[in-house]
Ligand binder design. Sequence first.
Ligand SMILES: Cc1cc2nc3c(=O)[nH]c(=O)nc-3n(C[C@H](O)[C@H](O)[C@H](O)COP(=O)(O)O)c2cc1C
Length: 350
Amino acid sequence: MVIETNITEMLGIKHPILSAPMGPFYTTKLTVAVSEAGGLGVLSHINLTGKISVEELKKNMEYVVENTDKNFGFNIRTARLQPDAIKLCRQIPRFILDNSKIREQCRYLITSAGSPRMIFNKHFQKLKESGSEIKHFHVTPNLKFAEKCVNMGVDGLVVTGSEGGGHQSYENISTLVLLQQVRKKLPDVPIIACGGFATGEGLASALSMGAGAIAMGSRFISSIECEFHDKVKNIVVSSKASDTELVTGVFGPIRVLKNKFSATHNLVSDKEAKLSEEKFVSDVVKEVNRLEMSYEGNVEEGAVLLGQSIGIIDNIESVSDIINSIINDAEKCLTNAYNTIKKIPIEQLV
Ligand SMILES: Cc1cc2nc3c(=O)[nH]c(=O)nc-3n(C[C@H](O)[C@H](O)[C@H](O)COP(=O)(O)O)c2cc1C
């Protein structure tokens, strides 16, 4: 079964499924596996302590093109407090431009956590004019920001609701509602739906609502190829949807596993309240340490970023099995829905 959409066409992929970026951790092997399986693998913005993100991203891109001929993408978090974002926005487009294989295969940049504007520089412009088919999407958690991003000139939106794992917004709007809002107001904008997806039912519903693809984080954590710790993978498959909560991290709200870390963090109500208690560099380091603890398997005390979708994931499988079963199930769902509608006598529909 092949489901072709505006997004599969734009990104040059077989299936409308992307891996979501999951920095500050490595998703390099995951990227290769997802791309090889016909989806689009996405490299994360690495900034684990002691790693220089520009060099790490370059190395990761080289690794990807050495291990697959399929297309892939990458993430830059453009948050105000993200110290390396400007460097990445300037140096990575130049690097891609100078490497023909990477230029050919790198078809997707997802910016997030800040403004998409940071990437609109002469280096990215030059890359786009070089014949590269790279598309720039930005993550949006609300309709107003979606409109702003489109006015700034992004190629598409990653519409991410509050059930998703990791960084979140203060608005707390579910993917279901947000997708409908964005779709109604911006009907022509390419959309990747994100947050809460893990099944064929989820893909079918996203496509029905006008998205051209889904992106998944938590579902791919529990894949054989993902480089995350086995203890995190086991948490994913054994937890309930209610086992995560929103707390405020240094960069804003984050959805994490309920544990000792979440118990010591509140959720501030809005951005103003957050700015009034602006954290300092030492707090950033502390949070990165807590993230690293989870990456090393300390699921009791670490900051374990996960989405509510863990409540619908119950096995660790290979990436290709995950993608194939989601595609097959989505096809069944769409066919069943169509048949159900057809069975309703026409007079009852009007
Ligand atoms: C461990 C983890 C790390 C994440 N790091 C990032 C990140 O660096 N940049 C980003 O844009 N989103 C990040 N996210 C959010 C994901 O890209 C995506 O929005 C989320 O996983 C979707 O929800 P799901 O987990 O239900 O699929 C992260 C999510 C997780 C689970």
